[in-house]
Design a protein around this ligand. Structure first.
Ligand code: V47
Length: 406
């Protein structure tokens, strides 16, 4: 019987693991499959009963996804770090001004050279995001996508955040819809979920003053969904936002999902404090989020976003170890092989740049879950890993990536 299939045994909710009495009415609602409201979400953010919260989220996830955990063989590519928001997105460590030390912009040939690592590897997705370059035109990206599809026809392209799409539409003086149509015609499969940060106007005024507003971010995703382009969504937590800001953000995501059904996965992103102005302002350099916060945000995402099918953990950011535990806190999707991660490493992440395919499978299996390799559209492309065997001579820990100091 396929795990998560309609004929799989229904999961049971372990009420005895819930210690916080405030969670009990919510547990009843979750057990009955009823939607949680903002007041419930406030209780979830306030509780210190992490195991109780995780129990609820794990139940909600098992009801939807069984014990399957999805992962992708993907490669992250960041064509440029030049960004016109360099001085106003104070949380970002990746962006550079056009002439600042460390700036780079790849030619198409350089992008193809980097992508050539996919040849002979299991890669099925290119994840392409970068800065808002003042001079790169829409044709740079449509040519890039066409060139990548010619060279790697079987690889899906998940590219450009809503912020980049809106920027390209603005410099081309075309509508967001026309920009998306051009990208789709070139071979774009889906959009990543970045650039959302936290939608609250007050938070944005502090951490991302000149960025697309929350309503504008939602509008780009609505347009993509209308064109049949599925997208991901994110929330950047652990900086100046309050629980109410997070709930408002999640509500806006849920409302759009109710309207369009176009979101594939939700990814809570843990703020990293190194080499950015915000970390210094907050006196937080060297102090990212805690494992407690990371697991809470996964679990609340799963419980509140009941109409979004998947919740993903981004292991380069929270460590493979927290990602593995997240699989018992409502998470059914692990970021992929990645190959070379830049954005979080610029901001102080100490994890490896990428993870071996076998390492991902072992990470999921060792959590007692069933790995399913997926493509960008969450279609299963492999679920039999018997050929991989026990990782490295029975020492399954050896298949996990080494976490090293940067
Ligand atoms: O939007 C930037 C975040 C995002 C920092 O869709 C930071 O599958 C923490 O969206 N600390 C880009 N976060 C990454 C992203 C993403 C990642 C993995 C998978 C997917 C997907 C999307 O990174 C940005 C911003 O929210 N970010 N700087 C920082 N200092």
């Amino acid at each position: 019987m396929a795990p998560g299939s309609p004929s799989a045994p229904a999961p049971t909710l372990a009420f005895d693991r819930i210690r916080d009495p405030a969670l009990r009415p919510i547990a009843n609602r979750v057990g009955e499959g009823r939607r949680l409201d903002a007041a419930d979400a406030r209780v979830l953010y306030a509780t210190s009963d992490l195991i109780g919260l995780g129990t609820l989220a794990e139940f909600a996830n098992a009801r939807r996804n069984g014990d399957r955990v999805f992962f992708s063989a993907n490669q992250h590519i960041n064509p440029t770090n030049v960004c016109i928001l360099r001085n106003t997105c104070t949380f970002c460590s990746f962006a550079r001004m056009p002439k600042e030390d460390g700036h780079y912009t790849r030619s198409l040939e350089e992008v193809y050279h980097e992508a050539a690592q996919a040849v002979g590897s299991p890669t099925r997705e290119f994840h392409i995001v970068g800065g808002l370059h003042p001079k790169l035109r829409l044709s740079y990206y449509t040519d890039m996508i066409r060139g990548l599809k010619e060279r790697h026809p079987g690889v899906h392209i998940k590219a450009l955040t809503a912020v980049e799409i809106a920027h390209l539409a603005r410099i081309e003086k075309v509508s967001v819809r026309d920009a998306l149509v051009a990208l789709k015609e070139a071979g774009l499969t889906s959009l990543p979920g970045g650039g959302a940060e936290v939608f609250s106007t007050a938070v944005r005024a502090t951490i991302a003053e000149r960025k697309l507003t929350g309503t504008e971010w939602i509008a780009v995703h609505r347009e993509a969904h209308a064109l049949g382009i599925p997208t991901n969504c994110t929330m950047l937590y652990g900086h100046v936002e309050t629980a109410d800001d997070r709930i408002e953000h999640l509500t806006m995501l849920r409302d759009l999902q109710d309207e369009t059904g176009g979101f594939l996965t939700y990814i809570p992103l843990a703020y990293h404090t190194e080499h950015n102005e915000l970390g210094e302002q907050l006196g937080r350099v060297g102090t990212a989020t805690t494992g407690y916060e990371d697991l809470k945000n996964i679990a609340i995402g799963r419980l509140f976003l009941d109409s979004i099918p998947h919740v993903k953990t981004h292991w380069p950011m929270v460590t493979p170890f927290i990602s593995q535990i997240a699989l018992a806190f409502g998470c059914d999707d692990v970021e992929g092989t990645v190959v070379f991660e830049r954005i979080y490493h610029e901001a102080g992440a100490h994890t490896d740049m990428g993870m071996a395919y076998e390492g991902l499978v072992a990470l999921i299996r060792d959590a007692g879950k069933t790995p399913v390799e997926r493509n960008s559209l969450y279609e299963s492309v492999r679920s039999d890993f018997s050929g991989l065997g026990q990782a490295r001579g029975g020492d399954r820990r050896a298949a996990l990536p080494v976490v090293h100091a940067a």
